[in-house]
Design a protein around this ligand. Structure first.
Ligand SMILES: O=C(O)CCC(=O)C(=O)O
Length: 273
């Protein structure tokens, strides 16, 4: 077991779980190197707008790459890491299917947050506890640099969403912020949260970039074959556990089972020092 029964209870009742040190420092170094490469190669897109949902901001930046997997062996292989597969399967049950992978980079001094939303406002599965996000603190994440915040128990009610005026494609809600919990973590920590949990990130006005890599996983029983034909067609949806697990062979043409540690080392070796 990855989690204690208290942790599993917390996920069910409050909808989230913060796990410090989920990834080791060599894994964090590889992820940070990949984010630097995305920046260097211009792969990230500023989705922040000037309050009208359309005009791209020149003064603040919420840099997104979605999906990451076509651009990075490391981020493609990460969901196949045994610790990730075990953790998600304990939280949402088998079979686990990869739904989406993306990164948000908040550049130093002018990083912009992502406004409040419930992922299920996008994903629309019937039981929001059958899907979970794993948001990875690629850099230390704290109040000053706008770490992810959640509203415990918010997965129990469906909030109304409208177009987010601060983003070129997002939607948002306006929940009461009384009981907000910030996920304050060193790099390598993760927060898991159910699809129904309202969450947001804040601005980064510090002197250092901060990135969050977000993976979304759904229990295969919560979606039918047609589901992925109409949504996220640019992302592959390999099974990560259960009878149909094949290490991603069908989805990617490669078997990624057992590859994680090697990919971490190769990525680290390639990163400029
Ligand atoms: O990191 C962010 O700014 C937003 C992440 C997020 O909202 C998500 O993964 O659903």
């Amino acid at each position: 077991m990855t989690f204690t029964s208290n942790q599993l209870d917390q996920f069910q009742t409050e909808g989230y779980l913060i796990v410090p040190g989920f990834f080791e420092s060599r894994e964090v170094a590889a992820m940070q190197g990949e984010i630097e490469r995305f920046k260097r190669e211009g792969k990230l897109r500023n989705v922040a707008t000037e309050g009208d949902g359309a005009t791209h901001s020149t003064t603040k930046a919420n840099l997104q790459l979605c999906p990451m997997s076509p651009h990075s062996e490391l981020f493609k292989t990460l969901p196949f890491a045994p610790e990730v597969r075990a953790a998600i399967s304990e939280l949402i049950g088998n079979p686990v299917v990869l739904h989406l992978d993306q990164v948000f980079l908040k550049p130093a001094r002018h990083g912009a947050g992502t406004n409040w939303h419930q992922d299920n406002a996008y994903f629309q599965i019937e039981q929001p506890l059958m899907g979970a996000a794993m948001w990875i603190a690629v850099h230390d994440a704290n109040l000053e640099n706008g770490t992810l915040r959640v509203i415990p128990g918010s997965h129990l009610s469906k909030l109304e969403h409208t177009r987010d005026p601060d983003s070129d494609h997002h939607i948002r809600c306006y929940p009461s912020e009384e009981n907000v919990v910030p996920a304050i973590m060193q790099a390598g920590g993760v927060i898991f949260f159910a699809y129904g949990v309202a969450h947001a990130t804040g601005a980064n006005r510090t002197e250092h970039d901060r990135a969050g890599a977000a993976y979304h996983f759904v229990n295969g029983k919560a979606v039918d074959a047609a589901y992925f034909q109409s949504r996220h067609a640019d992302t592959k949806h390999p099974y990560l556990t259960g009878d149909r697990y094949d290490g991603g062979l069908l989805a990617y043409g490669d078997n990624l089972d057992g590859e994680w540690d090697g990919v971490v080392e190769r990525t680290r070796a390639l990163a400029p020092r």
